[in-house]
Design a binder for this molecule. Structure first.
Ligand SMILES: Cc1cc2nc3c(=O)[nH]c(=O)nc-3n(C[C@H](O)[C@H](O)[C@H](O)COP(=O)(O)OP(=O)(O)OC[C@H]3O[C@@H](n4cnc5c(N)ncnc54)[C@H](O)[C@@H]3O)c2cc1C
Length: 615
């Protein structure tokens, strides 16, 4: 068994920042990651980092834009923390050597992004995430922080008290991809989950194949609630054949969207009369699909994004990698022709419920980055607000886990304080099929433990459970392979739980997920080897995809309103009197329990009064 003060799971932007912060506090910190740090998906981020750096801008304006962008479902203490801390953290990256793009006078450049009232997006060409990841990785190497890369974390070692609020996280269990060994990692102080996105729940996504929502699902099964899972961001400009992203920076620099008739539809059809292409992502995604659905799309599938008028010099200076992406994946040179684009799954606004210090309701368990929901994005994330989230909340979680004295959180977690229970009209039984009967299907919390069991013993028990699960999977000689189950779920999610949602389709998705759960009881791994067994790893990930898909769909069915990215055919209005609240889902011995907690609109100096959102 390995042992450290703080264990960070995941080596993307959030994980690296958390590890550096814990190290700054003097902790013995280690990162455990299924990918090498610089292969993490943060490297794919193109557009930039929002930070109020200039005269004429302020963190208060950034917070206002964020609350408005969220459609008033972000929690103000978290949104304000993001906007207050982002300038300092962004400049810290610059001091660490991040190669930001600069203006002629030497200042870090800033460009406009959707939904922002000031051009406050800092960037490094169209490779902001790549630069950010490498800059922080250098800091990690400089400090000698230990990285266990190509270790796939499969389970949390959490004590078994009845109420999640009484539980403690003592460590993790991980599978060594190179050798096939299953080992325990004990965390003396805390575990920080920084496992990133969950885009693989859909079949058209900008996310990497590694983004299977592992951290969210593991934390859920250990007792930390999932928050606002129905809020999935669909990015309006992805390449139709692959889902590869064309950054919002293209529209920020002046790129224009056209339909089949050559009309600039954002203005022509009144989708966003002021900001046009720079309206927020939910607005532009719906506009594009409406064009397609009303017969003005190209090949009944996509629209055009044109940047030719920006001129070659500016394009190469600021957006060079877009030229390569479009050429390589779509065969279109955007210097000569407009690019085909359509909406694709891009970002999960929901995730593991945390407070603004990154802590969950389970003692010693933290989350940061895209897998977490401190609730800064609410119903819709503004472009350029995820990267600051990594550095701001990664740092806070790292400090807190390492024992720094933090200000008491204003956001409560778990079933503490005010909450109401919810009900949803599901056509099928939700949650686990046959839990407890089959080790393969049981991904619950750690082995049972009484008060007398030490942290190390608890981790060891969790290791033994996991070894049994993996042996069972590898011993099975036939059954169904995970790829077939995965394809069914992904296709159903894209068909039924997409930009436009309606009750009957959501129920169809729940039926499909249920069927996939039954099939998962007979899942088997064809590859019996112990080294680099991707078949086995994807089978373990599939377990997470099932829980995540169900949570997204269930939340979408429960939320009877139209807010942010969540459009419902039957409910075409935001219903503030009933829905200024977060959807929460708790694992209750395998049966998802739905409950709600109120959104916090009171900020430091003001209350963010919900207004109609127009751009
Ligand atoms: C194409 C694209 C472009 C984007 N552009 C922007 C942008 O310009 N500006 C912006 O603000 N946001 C942008 N975003 C969003 C933003 O980049 C992401 O939200 C953010 O990078 C996620 O960082 P993370 O650290 O949370 O996760 P990631 O960078 O995805 O890292 C997750 C880490 O967790 C590890 N991991 C996962 N599961 C396990 C497991 N079971 N065991 C061990 N390790 C595990 C992985 O190996 C990885 O190291 C973009 C997103 C995409 C997809």
């Amino acid at each position: 068994m390995y042992e450290h003060d703080v264990i960070v799971v995941g080596a993307g932007g959030a994980g690296l920042r958390a590890a550096i912060a814990a190290h700054e506090e003097g902790a013995d910190v280690a990162i455990v990651s299924k990918l090498h740090p610089v292969r993490s998906h943060t490297g794919a981020a193109e557009g930039g980092i929002n930070a109020a750096l200039r005269e004429g801008d302020s963190w208060e304006d950034h917070a206002y834009d964020t609350m408005k962008g969220s459609d008033y479902l972000a929690d103000a203490p978290a949104a304000e923390t993001l906007c207050k801390d982002s300038p300092k953290e962004t400049i810290k990256l610059e001091h660490w050597g991040m190669a930001f793009s600069r203006d002629d006078d030497g200042r870090v450049s800033q460009r406009p992004f959707g939904g922002l009232s000031f051009p406050r997006t800092t960037y490094a060409g169209a490779e902001t995430g790549h630069q950010l990841l490498h800059t922080m990785y250098e800091q990690l190497v400089k400090r000698g922080i230990k990285v266990y890369d190509e270790w796939h974390v499969t389970r949390l070692a959490v004590s078994d008290e009845e109420k999640p609020e009484d539980r403690t996280c003592h460590g993790i269990v991980a599978y060594d991809v190179q050798t096939g060994q299953v080992e325990g990692f004990r965390a003396r102080n805390g575990v920080i989950l920084a496992t990133g996105g969950l885009g693989q729940v859909y079949d058209h996504t900008t996310n990497a194949v590694a983004n299977t929502g592992d951290g969210v699902a593991m934390a859920y099964r250990a007792g930390a609630p999932m928050e606002d899972m129905e809020f999935i961001q669909f990015h309006p400009t992805t390449l139709p054949s692959t889902g590869v992203l064309i950054t919002e920076g293209v529209r920020g620099e002046g790129g224009i969207l056209y339909n089949e008739n050559g009309e600039r539809f954002m203005f022509e059809y009144g989708y966003a009369n002021n900001l046009g292409e720079l309206a927020s992502r939910d607005v532009v995604s719906r506009a594009e699909l409406t064009e397609v659905n009303e017969g003005r799309g190209i090949e009944d599938e996509y629209v055009h994004l044109d940047m030719r008028h920006l001129g070659e010099e500016r394009i190469i200076d600021r957006l060079e990698n877009i030229v390569h992406l479009s050429e390589d994946f779509e065969g279109v040179n955007p210097l000569d022709a407009p690019m085909p684009v359509k909406p694709g799954q891009h970002y999960a606004m929901g995730g593991i419920e945390t407070d603004e210090n990154g802590e969950t309701c389970i003692s010693g368990l933290y989350a940061a980055g895209e897998c977490a929901c401190a609730s800064v994005h609410g119903g819709n994330r503004l472009g350029g607000n995820a990267l600051p989230e990594l550095i701001v909340f990664g740092k806070r979680a790292g400090h807190h886990a390492a024992g720094k004295d933090m200000e008491e959180a204003k956001i409560t977690t778990g079933k503490e304080g005010e909450y109401e229970l919810g009900e949803v009209d599901s056509p099928v039984e939700l949650g686990e099929a046959g839990i407890g009967e089959d080790a393969v299907a049981d991904g619950g919390t750690a082995a049972d433990a009484g008060a007398s069991v030490s942290g190390a013993d608890l981790v060891q028990r969790a290791v033994e459970d996991e070894r049994e699960t993996i042996d069972t999977l590898l011993e099975r000689e036939d059954g169904i392979q995970q790829a077939e189950i995965r394809e069914r779920v992904q296709k159903s999610m894209t068909r039924n739980v997409n930009v436009f949602r309606e009750e009957s389709a959501l129920k169809d998705a729940l039926r499909d997920i249920r069927e996939a759960r039954e099939l998962y009881q007979q899942v088997f791994v064809g590859d019996k080897s112990r080294t680099f067994n991707t078949d086995l790893l994807q089978t373990l990930e599939m377990r997470n995809i099932l829980d995540i898909a169900e949570a997204i769909t269930l939340g979408a069915l429960a939320r009877n309103e139209f807010r942010g990215a969540h459009w419902r055919k039957e409910y075409q209005e935001r219903r503030d009197e009933e829905w200024l609240k977060h959807t929460m889902l708790s694992w209750n011995d395998g049966r998802p329990e739905l409950w709600y907690k109120p959104v916090i609109l009171e900020g430091e100096n003001k209350t963010y009064e919900p207004k109609t959102r127009s751009y």
